[in-house]
Design a protein around this ligand. Structure first.
Ligand code: GUN
Length: 281
């Protein structure tokens, strides 16, 4: 049996089209939704991410304001910019691309963003709201994973979900979201004993550890859903996930590819959070 390949690219396109329609209907009454994007320094990967986010904004009808600041920008200057954006009525969302240069405290910058404009869902208020089941902004990759499964008619309630990775951006929030969907959740990490055996119990296996092709078919139960959050380069420089796709596709029931799986969903959910911030205003 070969797994169903979940088309994240197509589902992300559907979401962006729905948001585009919504924005078109609201814009004459409410003005244009606006996302401020702050990038500090010369990190090449960050530049690519930011460019893709701005292109998605343009597609959906969200105005993006770009603040591309030199590496030498001080922490005080970044904080002053965030304060200014917090105050502006015509800015609905604020995104500060991470990582920031080493001389700037990421946590302090995130905590300075008004939680109502925190479309990344990184502010402790939004993280707290997620963990107690209150409304707020949910970080985009985990929100995208849930949406991907819902739109693929994957049942989550009562299922055994194993997560590999405990990061603040993916592992911890996806655990909270899977609990909200009534799954039974196990979070594993680099010190988990018998990792492959634990993973083999999963009906839904979510992998976010940042190691190319780490998960092989020995980790996957027959028919399981495998969600791959990784973006790595293999030994030939080709883009690949944390899951060995060719190996696992024969065993899994459904699997996300890399690229065109979870990645496009992250940006679609950022757009969704921007529209939510705008609607609430
Ligand atoms: N760096 C890597 N992923 C992200 C993200 O989702 N948001 C921000 N702001 N920075 C990132």
């Amino acid at each position: 049996m070969s797994a169903e390949i979940i088309n994240g690219k197509q589902i992300a396109e559907d979401i962006k089209n729905e948001l585009k329609d919504k924005v078109e209907h609201l814009v004459s009454a409410k003005g244009q939704p606006t996302l401020a994007v702050v990038l500090v320094g010369e990190d090449q990967a960050s530049k690519v991410y930011v460019r893709n986010k701005k292109l998605a904004c343009e597609y959906v009808g969200i105005r993006s304001l770009s603040y591309e600041l030199p590496e030498a920008t001080t922490q005080e200057e970044v904080l002053a910019l965030v304060h200014e954006l917090n105050e502006r009525d015509d800015v609905h969302g604020i995104l500060v691309q991470l990582p920031l240069p080493a001389h700037i405290d990421d946590d302090l910058v995130i905590m300075t963003i008004d939680p109502r404009k925190d479309v990344d869902g990184f502010h402790p208020i939004n993280v707290g709201n997620l963990s107690i089941g209150h409304d707020g902004f949910v970080s985009c990759t985990p929100a995208g994973i849930i949406e991907l499964m819902k739109r693929s008619q994957i049942e989550m309630s009562g299922k055994n979900c194993v997560i590999i990775g405990r990061s603040n951006i993916v592992g911890k929030p996806i655990a909270m979201l899977m609990l909200r969907e009534h799954a039974t959740v196990t979070v594993t990490h680099s010190r988990t004993k018998n990792l492959s055996q634990v993973c083999k119990q999963a009906d839904i296996l979510i992998v976010a550890i940042g190691r190319a092709k780490f998960v092989t078919k020995e980790f996957v139960k027959e028919g399981a859903v495998v969600i791959d959050v990784g973006i790595n380069r293999d030994e030939n420089g080709k883009l690949c996930g944390d899951v060995d796709f060719e190996d696992c596709v024969e065993v899994a029931g459904a699997i996300t590819p890399v690229p065109k799986g979870v990645g496009p969903m992250t940006i679609a959910m950022l757009m969704s959070n921007c529209v939510k911030a705008y609607e609430k205003k």
